[in-house]
Design a protein around this ligand. Structure first.
Ligand SMILES: [Zn+2]
Length: 394
């Protein structure tokens, strides 16, 4: 197979793993049509790059950490109550952690805890000393109601002064611009003999868990960690990786999501620096570039020349509006269950709550545009006894 020569670029964002600021290889350019006034407007297009020095693959976004901090504080979708599927996922995650840190009397800190789902699952396993930090005030209130010592704050800005035996960072590090600063802050929170547990999506397994094209490249996930990069990151901070595992988490009834978890100790790194290859992410990009069958469905919608209402105002829709002819359809609006999105506008069309589907003309076609929840949306439409034609994009 002929090896493609990748273009080089001067980096906008320093490599989060090795801090290289010079150049990176451009693996892919990702674009979105974002809602009007979106806080991450600058992220409407970014390159996926591979660091020339260490091979780490990440989004070379111009958006600063400060902007992301504001975005997560204002827009948190994690405020919504978790489903049965999520509870099962937290239970399995807690079980994994309990095999790494067996002592139930340790002090635990979950940074970016959301609604505290993981800590509640750990409580069920017998852990007693549980503390949480989250930027969303609503999430903190929910956790306090559930008996978790929760404080408002982020990994960068918080009032936590004590040190913990176990510090957890679960599905947070893939969101951070300033990984280096975050890791220093986490180390400061970890007791001398303590453990730092990090869980992130496993970029080496994206291709094996293909959902829709470029599913893993969204506006929020800007770091794509593989085993080598996680070890390198710890290495540079004097952290020794003593446990590494992979898993798949269920994100909807039909979709699984690959994760990698690593546990570090503060007793000095012993690993040698290795360069990450990024080859598995290139394989995933090649697979995504093959596109999806949706193109034909969209062309058919354009031919029908009927009004459409799009159910789903998330990353999948934002990519589709940019990468396909979907925006050429006669879109009358969008529907989404996230109340934070209601009233916002995409391409000058309003985002409505779910019950809006009952208010549209019977001639309007409902287009389900969601990467992992389309089955669930179809069930809801059925339950609402909607008679409109429904088309699903995949
Ligand atoms: Zn690097």
């Amino acid at each position: 197979m002929k090896k493609r020569i990748l273009p080089l670029k001067t980096l906008l964002r320093a490599c989060p793993v090795c801090l290289n600021t010079s150049e990176g290889f451009v693996l892919h350019t990702q674009s979105f049509i974002l809602p009007e006034g979106h806080l991450l407007a600058e992220a409407k297009q970014y390159d996926i790059v591979s660091c020339c020095a260490c091979g780490f693959v990440y989004a070379d976004t111009p958006v600063k950490q400060k902007t992301y901090d504001k975005y997560y504080a204002d827009m948190s979708k994690y405020e919504m109550r978790y489903s049965v599927i999520e509870s099962a996922r937290y239970a399995s995650q807690a079980k994994t952690i309990s095999t790494i840190v067996r002592d139930k009397n340790v002090s635990v800190m979950d940074v970016g805890a959301g609604n505290g789902g993981l800590l509640l699952a750990m409580k069920k396993l017998g852990y007693k000393n549980l503390t949480a930090l989250d930027p969303s005030e609503k999430c903190v209130k929910n956790m306090l109601k559930n008996g978790i010592k929760a404080q408002t704050g982020s990994v960068f800005r918080h009032k936590v002064r004590e040190k913990f035996d176990l510090v957890i960072l679960s599905h947070v590090m893939e969101h951070l611009v300033d990984v280096d600063k975050a890791l220093s802050a986490l180390i400061a929170m970890t007791a001398d003999k303590g453990v730092l547990y990090v869980e992130v999506p496993d970029a080496a397994m994206y291709a094996e868990n293909h959902v829709v094209p470029f599913y893993f490249f969204d506006t929020e996930h800007i770091n794509h960690f593989e085993e080598v990069s996680l070890i390198n990151l710890g290495f540079r901070h004097g952290l020794r990786a003593f446990h590494l595992g992979r898993n798949q988490i269920q994100v909807s009834e039909t979709t699984k999501y690959p994760v990698i978890h690593i546990a570090y100790k503060r007793d000095g790194a012993v690993t040698d620096w290795r360069k990450a290859s990024g080859n598995k992410i290139l394989k995933y990009i090649a697979l995504s570039n093959k596109g999806s069958a949706s193109q034909l469905v969209i062309d058919d919608l354009i031919k029908k020349n009927k009004e459409i209402l799009i159910w789903g105002a998330g990353n999948f829709t934002m990519r589709m509006l940019n990468n396909s002819n979907l925006s050429k359809c006669d879109i009358i609006g969008f529907v989404d269950k996230d109340p934070k999105k209601h009233g916002t506008k995409i391409l000058h069309k309003r985002v409505y709550p779910a019950d809006h589907v009952k208010k549209i003309s019977p001639e309007t076609i409902i287009v389900v545009c969601a990467a992992v929840f389309s089955e669930q949306i179809l069930k809801e439409l059925k339950a609402m006894k909607v008679k409109n034609e429904v088309v699903v994009l995949k």
